[in-house]
Design a protein around this ligand. Structure first.
Ligand SMILES: NC(=O)C1=CN([C@@H]2O[C@H](COP(=O)(O)OP(=O)(O)OC[C@H]3O[C@@H](n4cnc5c(N)ncnc54)[C@H](OP(=O)(O)O)[C@@H]3O)[C@@H](O)[C@H]2O)C=CC1
Ligand SMILES: O=C(O)[C@@H]1CCC=N1
Length: 537
């Protein structure tokens, strides 16, 4: 039941087609005209040249399957990589199944089932602020998918379970949509359906199930017969079951994510930004994420971790929390990874199926390279790696970052713009990140040790400890401020303090005898090497 659609885009005629199969429909992207030549119909054997007629994006080109049959070869990988058939719900997570045009990847539903209820409204609410997104309908739940890379200034609206009908809106008509549905800003043609009680808002990594099992989540993982079965259909569960289920199947805790739902312009920051954090250490990340000049309201932050140990503090800040990493991924676009390094691979495996082309993934995990991140995440993922330090908490941090293959100027500008209010934030070659870790990420601790030693020296000489600590801190602050503001070399300023034959040179002599300089250099070297080694652990 292909439906041919022709519409005008920027004065150019485009031809698109919609495919329907049973209760599923697929819309082929107008921006990929070569995708539009298929003649297959869902529910029937594909016309022989079907695969060959879809060579365009590479993902659809080599399949030899028939619709309604298990998908062999690369074609299914592009649409349903987990081994499903088109007549049945796609196994596992849709995002991984639907990468081909790059725009379906944020949907978390299953074919033939209502899409997760949580998806439609939020994207729809930002519909009017972005002119190039697509709306997908499924059953009674419309889903909007972002296609930031595909300049399609129309919105097509369809419903699953019906031949895909398209409502194509030119950019000029977008503002009027705002009035169609005051509550959600969704186009009126998107049905406003109550959240189904039994549909979970996001899929957990609940793969174990037997093929015919209706698979309510309560059974999943409880029955050894389900464990690890490749044909699991259990991508639906009850909202709220995710955390307990996740912890049962995936004992590791989550990571750190940050979502953004709305943004005004490239690199722009608005109060509408929403962030999610999975595996967030305290107190570093919340301050990186939300404190900066109020750029990101705490209520826009969703943090996840396995326990409430750190999350309690996040909630006190006004952030939202969850124990489900996948929830954070599904509700976020900007995703920060901040688990301990050895935890990260398991977490990446957990979230990988949910990572779409619209996500920006930022890792602040020491020692884990961009290459590793890219290898463990889907190939389209925009990855950035950043190394902050603790003083970000007081907006006096020092951060460096590097970008992966898919992260462009927009993502780099975005990160810099967001985080620069926490302190110095520079883009550097990735090889500097481990050095920065030794110099500054860890370096803060050396300075605290030095501050402690200074104060203890004063205590030894008779000063009260509290006063000595305050003076030590102010001494470090002033010395650092002078370094930054004068731009002088430290050796020059040190010389300025040394009165010939005076106190300072006597003290410096002692420090040199203790090999302070060499010891500190060794410390930076040791931390840098450790960061490099952690990448190999
Ligand atoms: N501390 C610093 O100054 C800096 C740290 N970093 C990096 O930040 C990361 C965290 O550092 P650290 O300060 O030790 O962090 P913490 O141990 O304070 O926090 C780590 C958080 O990760 C959570 N977590 C553990 N496992 C998982 C999982 N599988 N999924 C999701 N969340 C999980 C923990 O949950 P729970 O609370 O339940 O235990 C905890 O909240 C490291 O990678 C480090 O390299 C980078 C720069 C500076
Ligand atoms: O000690 C660590 O591994 C982390 C990285 C930089 C600061 N703390």
């Amino acid at each position: 039941m292909g439906t041919v659609l022709v519409w005008r885009l920027s004065g150019v005629l485009w031809r698109g087609e919609a495919w329907g199969h049973g209760d599923s429909a697929v819309w082929m992207l107008p921006a990929l005209p070569s995708l539009l030549s298929s003649e297959g119909t869902w529910g029937q054997s594909c016309l022989d040249p079907f695969p060959k007629s879809q060579p365009a994006p590479g993902s659809l080109s080599s399949s030899a399957g028939t619709w309604g049959q298990p998908c062999p070869g690369p074609f299914p990988r592009s649409l349903c990589s987990i081994g499903g058939t088109w007549e049945q719900p796609c196994l596992g997570l849709s995002p991984r199944c639907q990468p081909f045009p790059g725009i379906l990847s944020c949907a978390g539903g299953t074919w033939g089932q209502p899409f997760p209820a949580a998806l439609p409204r939020r994207p729809c609410s930002s519909l009017v602020s972005l002119s190039h997104r697509l709306v997908w309908g499924h059953g009674d739940s419309p889903v909007l998918s972002q296609s930031p890379r595909v300049p399609v200034p129309q919105i097509s609206v369809g419903t699953w379970g019906q031949p895909f009908s398209a409502l194509l809106l030119s950019p000029g008509s977008l503002p009027s949509m705002r009035s169609l549905s005051p509550r959600s800003h969704c186009p009126a043609s998107l049905p406003d359906i109550p959240v189904p009680q039994t549909v979970r808002a996001w899929p957990c990594s609940c793969s174990p199930c037997v093929p015919d099992c209706p698979c309510p989540i309560a059974q999943c993982g409880d029955s050894p017969a389900h464990q690890g079965h490749p044909h699991c259909h259990c991508s639906l569960t009850q909202v709220g079951a995710c955390a307990s289920h996740t912890s049962r199947i995936h004992p590791q805790p989550p990571l750190l994510h940050v979502p953004l739902w709305d943004r005004d312009g490239i690199g722009g920051i608005t109060s509408q930004w929403k962030w999610g954090c999975v595996g967030p250490p305290w107190p570093l990340t919340p301050f990186i994420l939300c404190v900066p000049q109020g750029k990101v309201p705490a209520s826009n932050i969703l943090a996840s971790a396995p326990s409430d140990k750190n999350l309690d503090a996040w909630r006190e800040l006004g952030c939202r929390t969850t124990h489900c990493n996948l929830e954070v991924v599904h509700r976020s676009t900007l995703v920060f990874l901040a688990t301990k390094p050895h935890i990260l691979p398991g977490v990446l495996e957990e979230i990988r199926p949910a990572v779409g082309s619209h996500h920006i993934v930022v890792s602040l995990v020491a020692g884990v390279t961009i290459q590793t991140l890219q290898r463990l995440l889907p190939p389209w993922t925009k990855v950035l790696r950043i190394m902050p330090n603790l003083p970000c908490v007081v907006q006096a941090g020092a951060m460096v970052f590097s970008r992966g293959n898919n992260a462009g100027d927009e993502e780099a500008a975005l990160l810099k713009s967001l985080l620069s209010s926490c302190g110095l934030c520079e883009e550097v070659p990735e090889s500097y990140i481990d050095i920065h870790t030794g110099l500054s990420g860890s370096g803060v601790a050396y300075v605290y040790l030095f501050a402690e030693a200074l104060a203890e020296g004063a205590v030894k000489m008779g000063m009260p400890g509290a006063l000595a600590s305050r003076i030590a801190a102010q001494t470090l602050l002033g010395a650092a401020k002078m370094l930054l503001e004068t731009g002088e070399h430290p050796a020059k300023l040190r010389g300025d303090v040394c009165t010939p034959g005076g106190t300072t040179i006597y003290a410096l002599h002692q420090l040199e005898k203790g090999a302070l300089r060499a010891t500190v250099m060794d410390a930076v070297e040791a931390a840098t090497n450790r960061a490099c080694d952690m990448a190999k652990d």
